[in-house]
Design a protein. Sequence first.
Length: 748
Amino acid sequence: MSSMRRPTAPPKLYRWAYALTALLAATAAPSHAQTKPRPPRVEDQNAVTTVRAEDIGGRPEREITLERDVEIVKDQTRVKADTACYRQVEDEVEANGHVRIWRFGDYFTGDELKLNLDTGKGYMLQPTYRMELNHAQGKARRINFLNEDEALVLDGTYSTCQGPNPDWYLKSSTLNLDSGRDVGTAGKTIVYFKDVPILGTPAMSFSLSGARRSGWLPPMPGFGSKGAAELTVPYYVNIAPNRDLTLYPKLIPRRGIQLGASGRYIGETDAGLYGGETDIELLPHDKQTGGKRWNIKSNHSQDLARDWSFGWSLRAASDDNYPNDFAKTVSGSAERQLLRELRTDYRGSWWNLTARVQKYQVLQDPDSKTDPRLFVSRPYDRLPAVSYSAAQYDVGGFDWSFNSELTNFWHPTLVRGSRLVAAPQLSYPIIGPSFHITPKLMLNAAAYQLDAFKDAGGAQTPAQSLSRVVPTFSLDAGLVFERDAKLFGTATQTLEPRLFYVNTPYRDQSKLPHFDTDASSFNFAQLFSENRFIGSDRIGDANQVTAALVSRFLESSGAERLRLSIGQRFYFRDQRVQLDASNPVKDARSDQLLAAAGRISDTWTFESEVQYNNRDSKMVAASYGVHWQPGQKKVVNLSYHYVDTALKNLEVSSQWPLSQRWYGVGRVVYSQLSKKVIESLVGLEYNGDCWVFRMGAQRFVATAKNVSTPIFFQLELNGLSKLGVGNPLEAMKNSIPGYQRLNEGYGR
């Protein structure tokens, strides 16, 4: 083999060696794409064209014939063949016999090639191809190279599977592969799986990199919340990299045709960021109810200026039964207090001003008329609420804050009115290397202007003004001791005792309404709170101290290996302020809280928390959880949740390989009180490398007396589409902590 460069003087013909230098013409710019899977293909304009062969002949200035072990290279394009003819003026190659070509990483083989190295145009007969972008491959009767980015495959196949006999492939009369725009467009197409046709379409498009593309998605048969069959035909619109829209008609034979739209967007303006999502469903005429059924969910947040933002949250449905009839998830069926909120925030360096309007729609369980326990209370609307908060730290050693809110409360059946709250506080933290002491003074002042009100019994309450001022003093103190430790390979153990004292005098608040106030749940965070209520309508009287002890085991890196906690509150006087103002609490001490959490090993973790009543010597509430994750796509979760007389649930969930390619997934929630399974999920997954198959079923409580049992199966062809019933991937991710997708690199 020989290779030489063309001399600047008029050349002589050499039989065994010749080299040719040619300037690179400018390439056509790639089409604009909505996704950017890779940088544009750009040739070096100063690149040379080099030819090599065992036998070189012809006229050097016009046409060169090459035989035996031919190679032609120009920048990122390389051609190999048995024989070839290179035309210098046209910068064109014709090659025959075992032709192979590399173009920007893409690889083609065929019987015959004609290619213009300057424009990238040409064709290849009986080709096979492999693409660098997504390792896709295929074969065809002919490929027409339209430019450096785009190729038209005639009577060809396409697959992301590897090997000569791919598990799935599509066969199309015309297939346009445009790497610049990251899109494949096919004409009349049939999709084959295991050589069996499973889908036919007159046209289709898909992303070459797996990114989002506009077009029809495969039809999705499924089952509604009550087991009724339905068919969804979605159309995906990729408006921009930061905006998309999915439109779909859904055929529900028992009810009619439902129309739906789901839009998402994020972005940035000169003022800042914005983003949101809106989902709308409309059934113009329900055959079963005879009326219009609809549902809307919308969220938006946006920066109007550097320190000014606004947003909304909207939930609404046509009727109480909408979640029962159409929800396919546990969270969807349980959503019955639908909030509609519009808010705006303005922030300073140490203060924040918020204005909001909130209104609720309550969807009652259809069985609440016969079982009062199922009745969902309606929260007060805030029409509007304006709040101001400010705080500064270490001002001469002091920390101070001030919170206030003016709210107008409205309810269709309860007393209405406005409330102004002001709550300043001042503290002086004293912090040392192994201790902290923080005394704090607080004041909570509230003024009410209540409207005249007539209750359900006809009793009239006149308009009135009420007020309340409650001071609070608290003292928080703690120590930190350390010692060397060797438990579980740890390096340090800490012992952290903490005392938290609160003194709040009694103020009669029985005449005040409770617009937004409820008793706080009892947990470790609440142990170190000055007020035992959530909201501003009740400030609990207190003369109490909380004692807690925490011990942590730390590794040499500082990572926490184990944490043990115990805490209890001791009362020095009765708690007279209650929500119903009827019975003061006379306990001398609270229930005891114990918690433990940590990492037993690199694969085992656990957490637990117990609320224990010493007076009655019984457990009031408990939660235990153990998680084992020994490797990729291997996880087992076991948990138990207990609340005295209300909840005794055992939960098991797992993702586990059953063989080299089969994976099992499952979740069971069993109620010991009702002696039945209240939620379950069982499924199988198969990883075929270039495809994944999922199947299973889920069961959950939709209403007090009804359950939903959606069934799903799905065949996901990597880089092409998902075919099947329902959305098993979402169900598995939401139900199994630690679940990992089998084909992480595909789909969105």
